[in-house]
Design a protein around this ligand. Structure first.
Ligand SMILES: NCc1[nH]cc(CCC(=O)O)c1CC(=O)O
Length: 328
């Protein structure tokens, strides 16, 4: 059999992810060749929302798949839009890394030890909203770029701390720099964080079967729940939405527990809700939790004002003063 062509972006994180998947396929006896693909997300430092937002990293890989230049592509699921891509399938969601966010702070400090006014770097509205909701008086500073660039701002003394996905640091062998893995009670990760998607052409049965060997049932169920929540919220890519599903041992066997956060960037609204149910109902649980959040006001927080129905806007703020809310 000819080698499977695995398309990868050139960033250190993408190469680490792709290499990991290639190694697992080789260990199962398959021949795999890495094919470098350049995307606009890798070459521009403009804010993500400006250059196309979610899906930007995926689009060049997807074009290569559609054109038959490659047979499979590895994506960070959190960078994939929730709408399925016509003609392609996610043939595997491999075992997930620890999905938590991680703090890398100067002098080994934890979040609670950072002084008031400490400068914490993140480019993520979700992280910004949750940091602000903690009420620690931290100053959130927008940063972008790859993991190396973001850690560099700390090394150069421009910031006191940065928040990153633990999974990215794990894949780059930099877990040692973490000063605190953030508890999801404080910081819910992005839907899909820490999980990969291996995508193939829908009509390529042989590759789908080979890649399918890497699929992890629990990881797929958790990601399905988190992404169905995100889809049902109809949130834009820059919306402050966190979600984490876990398969836990319930009284009558395994259960899926799903927690979610929707908030205001400035921390003045902090909606947290959760649901548990059957693992087999993952998609439905996500939708159900999204509807509960929407009933409780999430639409105002996640949808860009232009998308809102103006007649709905009139009833969107029934009680005049903006009451800060904190629900655990
Ligand atoms: N937004 C970029 C991105 N996409 C995936 C990861 C890390 C790996 C993952 O979450 O699967 C990162 C870096 C980060 O958020 O710190």
């Amino acid at each position: 059999m000819t080698a499977l062509r695995l398309g990868t972006r050139r960033s250190a994180l993408a190469v680490a992810q792709s290499t990991g998947v290639a190694e697992r396929l080789r260990a199962a006896g398959h021949d795999v060749e890495l094919v470098p693909i350049v995307t606009e997300g890798d070459t521009s430092n403009a804010p993500l929302a400006e250059i196309g937002g979610t899906g930007l990293f995926a689009s060049a890989l997807r074009a290569a798949l559609h054109e038959g230049r490659i047979d499979l592509a590895v994506h960070s699921i959190k960078d994939l839009p929730t709408t399925p891509e016509e003609g392609l399938v996610i043939a595997a969601v491999p075992g997930r890394e620890d999905p938590r966010d991680a703090l890398v702070a100067r002098d080994g400090l934890t979040l609670g030890e950072l002084p008031t006014g400490a400068r914490v770097g993140t480019g993520s509205p979700r992280r910004e909203a949750q940091l602000n909701a903690l009420g620690l008086g931290l100053e959130v500073v927008g940063i972008r770029g790859n993991v190396d660039t973001r850690l560099g701002t700390l090394a150069r003394g421009e910031l006191d701390a940065v928040v990153l996905a633990r999974a990215g640091l794990a894949r780059l062998g930099r877990l040692g720099e973490i000063t605190e893995s953030l508890d999801p009670l404080q910081m819910l990760p992005a839907p899909g964080q820490g999980a990969l998607a291996v995508e193939c052409r829908a009509d390529d049965g042989p590759t789908i079967r080979v890649v399918g060997e890497l699929d992890d049932e629990d990881a797929r169920a958790c990601v399905t729940a988190e992404r169905s929540l995100l889809a049902a919220l109809e949130a834009g890519c820059s919306a402050p939405v966190g979600a984490l599903a876990e398969v836990v041992e319930g009284l009558e066997g395994p259960e899926l527990s799903l927690r979610a956060f929707v908030g205001a960037i400035d921390g003045s609204v902090d909606l947290r809700r959760s649901v548990t149910g059957l693992v087999a109902d993952a998609a439905r649980l996500g939708t159900q939790l999204a509807h509960r959040l929407l009933e409780d006001g999430a639409a105002d927080l996640t949808r860009p004002p232009s998308a809102a129905d103006p007649s709905a806007a009139a009833v969107a703020h029934p009680s005049a003063p903006h009451v800060p809310e904190r629900i655990q």
